[in-house]
Design a protein around this ligand. Structure first.
Ligand SMILES: [Cu+2]
Length: 164
């Protein structure tokens, strides 16, 4: 009996060691696939990423920051990975957090960067055509009221790494 327990402990220990080294590798890879801040056409785009989808869930979100040198609006987002892409916000509806589409999109002004993050403004990916896998990337097209259009490739990250 004791022998069996010892054997089990060693087996568990080696699984843990494997998980740790695997985790390290993934972190390393994640760093190299981070979104590089981009300046184009008077727009600075930074920290863009999408959340890896969970199981068979058909929805996910994309986030990032946009600084504009002029007053403008982000009016449309689209991607080949989802059937529908909407610009959403979270609202507190009598104590219940809900999200809804923002009519007219997100306002940009030169004085502050517009931040899209989990629990706030976000780009909603609806009807995913295939699962979004962590450590890969997806395309994202942004269209602005001023007529500017930006095509991005953004990293997909696991939900555990979303909040930094
Ligand atoms: Cu949403």
């Amino acid at each position: 009996m004791n022998k069996l327990l010892t054997g089990l402990c060693i087996a568990l220990l080696s699984i843990q060691t494997f998980a740790m080294s695997h985790g390290h590798n993934m972190n390393h890879q994640h760093q190299s696939s981070q979104f590089e801040t981009m300046e184009v056409d008077g727009l600075t785009l930074s920290n863009f990423r999408a959340r890896a989808s969970i199981g068979q869930m058909k929805n996910s979100g994309a986030y990032g920051e946009i600084q504009s040198t002029i007053n403008d609006r982000l009016i449309k987002a689209s991607s080949s990975v989802a059937q529908v892409v909407e610009l959403h916000e979270h609202i507190n509806d009598n104590g219940v957090m809900r999200m809804r589409e923002v009519e007219g999109g997100f306002a940009l002004n030169p004085n502050e960067s517009m931040v899209m993050k989990p629990g706030g403004y976000h780009i909603m990916l609806i009807g995913l055509l295939e699962p979004l896998k962590a450590e890969s990337s997806m395309d994202l097209k942004l269209e602005f009221e001023s007529g500017k259009t930006v095509n991005l490739t953004i990293p997909i990250v696991s939900i555990k790494k979303m909040h930094h």
